[in-house]
Design a protein around this ligand. Sequence first.
Ligand code: AMP
Ligand code: MG
Length: 347
Amino acid sequence: MTARKTQRLSASRPRDLAEAARLLREGGLVAFPTETVYGLGAHALEPLAVRAIFAAKGRPSHNPLIVHVAEPARAQALVTEWPASAQTLADAFWPGPLTLVLPKTSDVPDEVTAGGPTVALRCPSHPVARELIERVGAPIAAPSANKSEHVSPTTAAHVLADLDGRIDAVLDGGQSGLGIESTVVWLSEGQWRVLRPGSVTQQQLHDVLGVAPRPDLAQSNVSASSGQGTGAERMPPAAHASPGLMKRHYAPAGTVRLLDAATLARESDHLMKTQGSLGVLLCGEEVPVPSGAHGMRLPRDPAGYARGLYAALRDLEELGCAAIAIQAVPEDPSWAAIADRLQRAAG
Ligand code: AMP
Ligand code: MG
């Protein structure tokens, strides 16, 4: 990939917003704030622009991107099916942190969907994201604005730490409010399934749709394309088509361990001695920071924890911690998206 000079733009300056939109219209790469995390945007209908995202992030080409639209109604133009359930979810959660996976039209380049027949769509609620997309006048493909497999960015500084010199601009709009990626939902007439947990919980989706999610199919079933008469083409995408499901993802450098409170307290000395240095990420007030370790503490409520999670992981990494021990979070559905990210950080 070619080196680029990365402009620092401010979302509070109309001239900077206009410049960000111009860059995107002309096929450039611009990172911008959303309510979940910062996205790395490119014109979604320009294959070359989309390819540049993969080069800048070092992202494998089999990992599809989410397409962002400024208005809920714009999503329908990009898909060949818009089931009643899609409308129900869009009415309930858009603009917001929910992504819908549906069959794509031929307007959507294969680069966006990693060659697959479906496209992931989202209408973000962040006013800067919406204003930017509106000004571009086209849908924007945007994965999280980090190096592939690294921790997602929740500030413009995080974006620059990973991508300075690799993208055309970052539009600074302050800290991302939610701090965790969108919930990704696959749906078809009368059926749905969460592919990646996020701020919108499975229970919320169930309540709004009134039907239970399609039970998890055995992976071999899901990826089998032979299933004659079983409507295999109607089945939810397999894990390889859904990179949020890759085992190690959202990960800081170093050894990451996910431990319950007692094990963390017991093993911290050993980890410090064998790894050289230790950072701990604690949940709530109950566990003290082991002496000699770098400690970060996040609140014991899912919203507050999600908001601070990625910044805390990046801070521990910056402190040079060779090992990071993360205290396990409560086993409650309201923590599902966080537990998912922690498991992936620990690989
Ligand atoms: P990120 O790179 O953090 O923006 O993550 C993008 C996520 O969108 C991935 O983790 C995928 O799970 C999901 N995704 C995008 N497109 C599709 C698709 N066509 N089918 C299934 N999942 C998708
Ligand atoms: Mg990502």
